[in-house]
Design a protein around this ligand. Structure first.
Ligand code: HEC
Ligand code: HEC
Length: 417
């Protein structure tokens, strides 16, 4: 990372209350990061990442390539294509389409397991219980003795290419600069496309994935039941083989071309735009300041810089291109795991200590989400804030102590995002 980037990150990522006493972020050499800035030292100007729900490319790919890839993202898979045998939906678009293709949705999925008093134990076949099957004989059910229940609502994919382009060391600096009582956890998770490599997790409610290609492979298999060169083995039905029902040779996406298209599409998505009219109101602007003052921005980080163009990430599998590097994004997110009392009891890639941790919800685009929090069970912003406890208890108390007008200012600010 260049000095200039370090300085800008120091200015950008630190919420106002902590800036005064903050020391400069580390040099990124001690965080286990596999991200390497391979080229000569560059001093590129940082620019704002493009935003929009307009279906136009952020510059990563040409518009024609993005449109072609969008057709793969929206295609409906059927049994002849390799759908299932166990699956959740037939297209990426079924769950990532609000307000436009690539967004989120009201669809939730179910994870279950057993807490034996010490550790979380997955049922046979894994914690994800697929909702659908191509034959009733292999319909998954919740096996007895699995009392842990977790719903996970779908996530917005806008701006994902920029999130992928954040250096591990930047996320480590964010954590290091948070007050100890609110400090988030950064976990290292496997990069499927670079066997043997790990990288800081940043995708999924549990930070269980490090890259968009890894996400595409996992989602194609888990949600739709399509095997790929990265994950060539079908999911089971409660641990039992579904081979008798699987008539398409694996990997079903034999040459990985669908996987490449899904990844290209996601990397080309612009960041979510704010509603400029709402954001310009005096109330929303007061709310924006209050959001910082009462400590929300400790976790819901306002601005983050992506790594310089030329940085090699994803265990060597991807080099940050100019369209995604040296960009400032406003995710209102630290991409770290926190225990705010909503933890769902599930362990994925982060080890037992993450059982009751959830990734900070990114508030960019939150106005497009009528169902809030990881389980989608909060119907209003006020309800979502009311569920913040433990590491976020102080921020919630600060919010509760605001006057009715100031509370409304914060809500109006959130509704502009
Ligand atoms: C059945 C609904 C469903 C389908 C179909 C689906 N997803 Fe998802 N997606 C989700 C849910 C739910 C999550 C959050 C899961 C979690 O973290 O537990 C998610 C998360 C993601 C993420 C992580 C986003 C982030 O910001 O952390 C990516 C990337 C993604 N999906 C891509 C895809 C792609 C590509 C496809 C098609 C191959 C797809 N999804 C199909 C429901 C779905
Ligand atoms: C210690 C970190 C932390 C602090 C401080 C914090 N939050 Fe959160 N916030 C989270 C996490 C983690 C989630 C996701 C929890 C879940 O889904 O179970 C979340 C979720 C949310 C959501 C739901 C968004 C969605 O898309 O589902 C809103 C709204 C929100 N926070 C607003 C606030 C506001 C306003 C404040 C200040 C009063 C605040 N948060 C302070 C960590 C924090």
């Amino acid at each position: 990372m260049t000095l200039r980037h370090q300085l800008v990150i120091a200015l950008l990522v630190l919420p106002a209350p902590w800036m005064a006493g903050a020391c400069s972020p580390g040099d990124g050499s001690s965080d286990g990061s596999t991200d390497v800035h391979g080229a000569e030292v560059t001093v590129n100007a940082l620019t704002e990442a493009p935003t929009g729900f307009d279906g136009l490319t952020n510059g990563f790919a040409t518009q024609a390539a993005m449109d072609e890839a969008a057709a793969v993202f929206t295609q409906i898979e059927d049994v002849g294509d390799g759908l299932g045998p166990v699956y959740n939906r037939q297209s990426c678009r079924d769950c990532h389409n609000n307000p436009v293709v690539g967004g989120s949705s009201d669809v939730t999925e179910l994870r279950v397991g057993h807490f034996n008093g010490t550790i979380f134990v997955e049922p046979p076949g894994g914690s994800l219980i697929q909702d659908r099957a191509i034959d009733p004989a292999i319909q998954e059910v919740v096996p007895p003795g699995n009392e842990v229940r977790a719903l996970r609502i779908s996530l917005n994919l806008f701006g994902g290419g920029f999130v992928e382009a954040i250096a591990d060391s930047t996320l480590a600096s964010l954590a290091a600069n948070q007050p100890a009582a609110q400090r988030g956890s950064l976990i290292q998770v496997p990069v499927l496309e670079a066997a043997g490599h790990t990288r800081a997790g940043r995708f999924g409610w549990k930070d269980q994935h490090p890259s968009l290609l890894t996400c595409a492979a996992v989602e194609y298999l888990d949600e739709i039941g399509i095997t790929t060169p990265l994950l060539p083995v079908e999911e089971t039905s409660n641990g039992n083989s579904v081979a008798a029902f699987d008539h398409v040779p694996d990997p079903e996406d034999a040459d990985g071309s669908d996987l490449a298209a899904l990844t290209l599409f996601m990397r080309s998505l612009k960041a979510p735009p704010v509603d400029a009219t709402r954001a310009a109101t005096a109330s929303a602007q007061r709310g924006s300041n209050l959001f910082n003052q009462i400590g929300c921005a400790v976790c819901h980080v306002r601005s983050i810089a992506t790594a310089p163009a030329g940085t090699v990430i994803n265990g060597g599998a991807f080099t940050v291109p100019p369209a995604l590097g040296d960009k400032i994004i406003h995710p209102l997110c630290d991409f770290l795991l926190h225990n705010i009392g909503t933890g769902d009891g599930i362990v994925q890639n982060g080890g037992q200590s993450t059982r009751n941790q959830i990734r900070t919800a990114c508030l960019w685009g939150v106005r497009t989400r009528p169902h809030l929090m990881h389980d989608g069970q909060s119907a209003t912003l006020t309800e979502a804030i009311g569920r913040h406890a433990n590491q976020a208890a102080t921020a919630r108390a600060n919010f509760n102590n605001l006057s009715a007008t100031s509370k409304q200012d914060v809500l109006n600010f959130l509704s502009s995002l």
